[in-house]
Design a protein around this ligand. Sequence first.
Ligand code: FAD
Length: 333
Amino acid sequence: MYRALSTGRQKGTPTLRRLLSALVIAEHDTQQVTPVTLSAITAAKRLGGDVSCLVAGTDCTKVAEELAKIQGVSKLFISQHESYKGFLPEELTPLVLEAQKKFNFTHICAGASAFGKSLLPRIAAKLDVAPVSDVIEIKSPDTFVRAIYAGNALCTVKCEESVKIFSIRGTSFEAAPASGGSASSDTVAPSAPVGLSEWLHQSLTKSDRPELTSAKVVVSGGRGLKSGDNFKLLYDLADQLNAAVGASRAAVDAGFVPNDMQVGQTGKIVAPEVYIAVGISGAIQHLAGMKDSKTIVAINKDPEAPIFQVADYGLVADLFKAVPEMTEIMKRK
Ligand SMILES: Cc1cc2nc3c(=O)[nH]c(=O)nc-3n(C[C@H](O)[C@H](O)[C@H](O)COP(=O)(O)OP(=O)(O)OC[C@H]3O[C@@H](n4cnc5c(N)ncnc54)[C@H](O)[C@@H]3O)c2cc1C
């Protein structure tokens, strides 16, 4: 269980911190560790104790090499087996439970990505503890801050569970340095395959543009674009800015663009250096996914649009005129 605290900063004693040990479950594609895993390592380091990483998959060689060099990771547990194909939570959970039984970690964490969101609740249920999701700040080893009500309120929770299981929001913790570490590694025997589900295949959208959640610049379009074809205006601008392209849910629901482009409460959470919202009204559910962006630019023909309340720069204009003009100016640079 966890209790909501209104205020209060609690730091663990040095003795307590020495006893702390966190396990970060690494998410990867057999080639590379995901950026949110690097953020999870940073969050785990903030707890003040030892940080270990568990990497499981069909082939972990490359990823294990990468993880061993990450600053702050002291131990690496590697488990390889065909049953880890597709990183199914049903197959990974017994492995994590085995590791927990053996090493008795005080904390288990991962990124609040689709991977972490499907795996951590299952582990928590099996250990009969309540997980804390989408943590944005670590106040102390048992006290975490998370956003509630679509990011409109921050809740400080004290977790009283014997093992604290939490997911972290990638945009709230910087990536752990990729070099300077020298973790020792151990091979862990894979758990017996569960066979509850089977991974068939995945089809990934191929794009030359930066990935939405890690791009430094994001150009997003809303219902104001009026059609999928008109998103070309945004792609042209994005090409000049080396930006990723996102969208509001209204644009996704209208079928203008696929739903992996959705930014917001029920989409992706982004916090780029620059976020350019084009023809987006600024509903709270959209703001929940982008309001931590360093600089927000809004282009909207309605001067009363709520997006202007969070924008650092606002342009009241018809997007069909303003966006091609911006693209032309950028081309001349
Ligand atoms: C449970 C729940 C979860 C949700 N999750 C999400 C989410 O994850 N992400 C999300 O985005 N939404 C989400 N929504 C939907 C959200 O409430 C809004 O409906 C949605 O964000 C609106 O999208 P929009 O701003 O593109 O459309 P609209 O609200 O229709 O706004 C379109 C804007 O375009 C402007 N415009 C029109 N024509 C032009 C033009 N020619 N030039 C310039 N500006 C123009 C208009 O002035 C208007 O401000 C969620 C809703 C619910 C209930």
